[in-house]
Design a protein around this ligand. Structure first.
Ligand code: ADP
Length: 516
């Protein structure tokens, strides 16, 4: 069974309170009883003395009847149960209990005598308390008996009766037996009052302690407990208005712990979040590198093939072109044959251009790099195309960054890249539109970015992954499909990347990134 703090405290404090208060009350009551008895015994002793003094004269005169009469009167008082006079030889000379007059008391067995007769002779003038006893009388009532010695005096042995010789010290004893009913009633009332006060005291103490403990310990501990539960659910609550004591220190330590936990949790979540995005970014980079690798390999093998074919085709094509131009010079050539010959020349010329492009594409010439201002390189490329009819109705917007660092690049090759991009953009815009050329540094300042954006017809979704492939073209006979693949190779040799973003009907954006 689980006992709460409050229950444990209540049980322990109740036991301790009850025990201490009971012991305290017990000692208190027994001390009080003793004090009451002492006072009462002295009172009874005083009464004995008074009786002896009032009978003194009658005794000196030998007038025992008057003395006994006085004793009768004194003994008539309410609380006096008995008065008896016993002479030295143990004979009861007077008693309110008339039946025992002249009886002989054994000083060794009778309790009233044995108090003083411990040895053989009586102890003369013993202290009052040693001459008293509490006993139950014949009426089964608790009573107090005090015995007082009657000593021989000069007046006694010189009295006319000459009853007592001068060498006798003790003549007899007077015993007064008093009822304890009154005093016991007083003691009981006192005990009752003390017990009632004790109960009230215990109750008041218990209530006060309970309230104090509840306010100072239980309620702050419960608050701590509630906060612990909240924190375990991730609800970061801090304890406010803590008292300036040990509980307050505990609350402060608890708040510090909460703060540390909260920070640790946030740090972990931040890590988890960034880890996810880092993994995503890395995965994206790996995928990009993979596709770059695949494309590079493809380009390399295609380059070799193209170089072989171009080389083989170059000589026969040159032969065709030379012989065709010879034949064109024959005067007797019919008009019809002349037209056919012109077609042969034009197509052969076209083949020669394709072969040249193929050779360009496969050319493995190392770029001759030098420090160049990229904005100027772009401007030179633009200068080559902007006067073409293709751009007459095209608005050209230049958004160049002023402080671009110079880059190590082959200016001629990079011009070729930009010329190709501009021509493609012009063709996609079909004569009118807007061409925005933007240059700048990327966010981390480690690369230069060139963005070429047009408002042309854009690229179909299914074509976008193929535009850098050699021989991919949507331009039919007028396109070779080599422009972008050649550009790709050049940018790659400069350690850069080239990407395209486009949606059909919404223009296209080509982005070249070159490391600083
Ligand atoms: P070509 O221009 O000879 O077709 P490219 O390699 O330069 O060869 O281009 C490949 C293809 O990419 C083009 O045929 C065209 O479909 C597409 N393309 C390139 N640039 C653009 C552009 N700015 N807008 C729309 N399509 C483009």
């Amino acid at each position: 069974m689980r006992l709460g703090l409050m229950s444990k405290f209540s049980i322990i404090s109740a036991v301790v309170l009850l025990f201490t208060m009971t012991v305290f009350t017990f000692f208190n009551i027994s001390t009080l009883k003793r004090a009451f008895m002492e006072v009462y015994t002295h009172d009874v002793d005083q009464l004995s003395e008074t009786i002896l003094r009032s009978t003194y004269d009658a005794m000196l005169r030998g007038d025992v009847n008057s003395a006994y009469q006085l004793m009768d009167q004194a003994g008539a008082q309410e609380n006096i149960k008995n008065i008896r006079l016993i002479d030295k030889s143990g004979v009861v000379q007077y008693s309110r209990n008339k039946g025992e007059i002249h009886t002989v008391i054994d000083k060794n067995t009778d309790k009233s005598c044995s108090m003083c007769h411990q040895g053989s002779d009586a102890e003369v003038a013993a202290p009052t308390m040693d001459r008293s006893r509490v006993f139950t009388d014949a009426e089964r009532e608790e009573v107090l008996g005090v015995t007082t010695g009657i000593y021989n005096e000069e007046a006694c042995y010189q009295a006319p009766c000459h009853y007592h010789p001068g060498d006798v010290k003790l003549l007899g004893v007077l015993e007064v037996v008093m009822s304890l009913r009154g005093i016991m009633a007083q003691v009981n009332t006192y005990v009752y009052n003390v017990l009632v006060e004790l109960v009230f005291l215990i109750l008041a103490l218990a209530i006060c302690l309970n309230l104090l403990i509840r306010r100072l310990i239980i309620s702050p501990v419960n608050t701590l407990l509630d906060h612990t539960k909240l924190i375990s659910r991730g609800d970061w609550q801090f304890i406010k208005d803590a008292p300036p004591d040990e509980i307050g220190e505990l609350a402060d330590a608890f708040n510090e712990m909460t703060e540390t936990l909260k920070n640790a949790r946030e740090e972990r979540e931040r890590w988890a979040a960034t880890l996810e995005s880092r993994v995503e970014e890395r995965t994206r980079q790996i995928r990009q590198m993979q596709s770059v690798l695949v494309r590079s390999e493809k380009l390399a093998s295609l380059g070799e093939l193209a170089a072989g074919i171009a080389h083989e085709l170059n000589n026969p094509l040159t032969g065709i072109l030379i012989h065709a131009s010879f034949m064109e010079k024959y005067a007797e050539l019919s008009e019809e044959l002349g037209k056919d010959l012109a077609t042969i020349t034009a197509e052969a010329d076209r083949c020669a251009r394709i072969v040249k492009n193929l050779l360009d594409f496969s050319r493995k010439t190392e770029p001759r790099k030098a420090m160049n201002d990229l904005n100027e390189t772009i401007d030179r490329a633009l200068g080559l195309v902007e006067h073409l009819a293709l751009f007459h109705n095209v608005e050209i917007v230049k958004e160049y960054a002023a402080n671009l660092p110079e880059l190590l690049l082959d200016a001629g090759q990079m011009e070729q890249v930009f010329v190709n991009m501009f021509v493609n953009a012009g063709q996609a815009m079909e004569g009118s539109g807007k061409l925005i050329i933007w240059t700048g540094l990327d966010v981390d300042g480690e690369s230069v970015v060139i963005r070429v954006q047009d408002t042309g017809k854009g690229i179909k979704k299914e074509h976008i992954g193929k535009v850098f492939d050699p021989f991919f073209s949507t331009k039919g006979a007028s396109g070779t499909g080599l422009g972008l693949s050649v550009s790709y190779g050049i940018v790659e040799q400069h350690g850069g990347t080239i990407e395209v973003y486009s949606e059909e009907g919404k223009g296209a954006t080509f982005i070249v990134t070159l490391a600083v």
